[in-house]
Every structure is written in C-alpha cells, then in structure tokens.
Design a protein around this ligand. Structure first.
Ligand code: SF4
Length: 60
C-alpha cells in the first residue's frame, strides 16, 4: 500500500493523473467508499520509507 503524507503534499494533482490504476484522489474528490482510509493514510505516511525511484505497479 502506498501512503502520501498530507503534510508534505502540495496538492499539485500530478499523481492523480499519473497513477496507472487511478487509485489516488485529492481530498475534495475522495469517493465516500474510500474515506475510511483517509485517517489511516495520515497516520501511516510519516512512518513509511519514501519512494524515490519509479517502480512497476504490482497486481495482487
Ligand atoms: S504529486 Fe501527488 S502527492 Fe505529490 S505533491 Fe502532487 S498531489 Fe501531492
């Protein structure tokens, strides 16, 4: 799972357009069905290592 630190995000929306599975939403556009993950994202993002290289998407 990928987390985005809401304190560091500048809301440029680049990732929402580049995500190959359309899984990233800006806060204002977050579908109701995913809102339960918003707090989890804020909690977990500072705890996870950063990603600094492009990776291929993984399908589970
Ligand atoms: S690319 Fe995504 S995570 Fe990064 S600053 Fe822009 S909106 Fe935030």
């Amino acid at each position: 799972m990928l987390f985005i630190d809401p304190e560091k995000c500048i809301d440029c929306e680049a990732c929402t357009h580049e995500c190959p599975t359309s899984a990233i939403f800006m806060d204002a556009n977050l579908p109701e069905q995913w809102k339960e993950y918003q707090a989890l994202n804020a909690e977990m993002s500072p705890l996870c290592p950063g990603i600094f290289e492009k990776k291929e998407p993984q399908n589970n």
